[in-house]
Write a protein that binds this ligand. Structure first.
Ligand SMILES: N[C@@H](CCC[C@H](N)C(=O)O)C(=O)O
Length: 263
């Protein structure tokens, strides 16, 4: 059997996308997806997504990490699948789709994708660091010079620490570059390595490290793969809503691959 795929990237976080509206690829296994994401033996990607038909929504996003297992929400993946939906002929002013963490809205503005993230109840303190869920679980640590950090080594230490080893966590290292600009590097669970960018991770970093007390916030984020913006409102009770992640989502190439040697 052949799989028709489309490769996209959002600030260097790269994904294999498949149009599964007719259900042809519903039977893919964990081994198939892991092999397709392998950078030496497959197409190569940080994650894999199915675009499914779903009643009441423009589509359903099903996200898998590069290890072949179904993941939690992926912010850059969400932005890429909206661009993919548009490229596949699903044209909307506002997209309304369902993902593992619930419904999302998205718009295409000035060639970039703005994706509404789920509301966040609050931030838990963890020693001097922070833990929160922006659709995926994130650990956020402040550093003075993130570019000189060994993100693989330091991220892995936290991700496999006693407290987080079982369920896993994504680990973000954050530097405040300017009052409204952060630099973020992320070790991703399920990829088990640093990725060039993580959408739910930069969202977590923005909520933790930038608060404008007039309620509305807009934070610029620099990642290894490019620039993102996060805007949101913070409520007096410490919760966050109206969270929007915005940035580029670009098609890289498309192709067809045999699954016969891949299971
Ligand atoms: N790259 C993602 C995060 C993907 C989810 C994650 N690795 C997990 O399942 O924990 C993003 O852009 O948010």
């Amino acid at each position: 059997m052949n799989l028709t795929f489309y490769k996209y990237q959002g600030t260097g976080n790269d994904f294999i996308l498949v149009d599964n509206r007719e259900g042809a690829y519903t039977g893919l296994t964990e081994a198939h997806i892991k092999n397709l994401c392998d950078r030496r033996f497959g197409i190569g990607a940080d994650g894999f997504m199915l675009l499914n038909e779903k009643e009441g929504y423009d589509f359903e996003m099903v996200y898998y990490n590069a290890d072949g297992r179904e993941g939690s929400m992926c912010g850059n993946g969400g932005r890429c699948i909206v661009q993919f939906a548009s490229d596949r002929g699903i044209k909307k002013t506002t997209y309304h789709f369902i993902a593992t963490d619930g419904p999302h809205d998205a718009t295409i503005e000035d060639g970039e994708i703005a994706l509404k993230m789920k509301d966040v109840d609050g931030i838990q303190a963890h020693k001097t660091d922070s833990v929160l869920n922006t659709g995926s679980p994130h650990y956020v640590q402040l550093d003075t010079d993130v570019m000189s950090l060994d993100v693989f080594k330091e991220g892995q230490k936290i991700r496999y620490s006693k407290e987080f080893a079982e369920k896993g966590i994504n680990v973000n290292f954050v530097q405040v570059k300017q009052p409204d600009t952060l630099i973020v590097r992320t070790y991703e669970r399920g990829v088990e390595n640093e990725t060039f960018s993580c959408g739910t991770g930069v969202t977590a970093a923005a909520l933790v490290y930038f608060h404008n007390d007039n309620g509305f916030n807009s934070v610029n984020i620099e990642t290894l793969g490019g620039k993102l913006n996060v805007r949101y409102s913070r409520e007096p009770n410490g919760s966050f809503n109206n969270i929007w992640l915005k940035g580029p989502a670009v098609k890289v190439f498309e192709g067809s691959v045999s699954l016969d040697n891949n299971d």
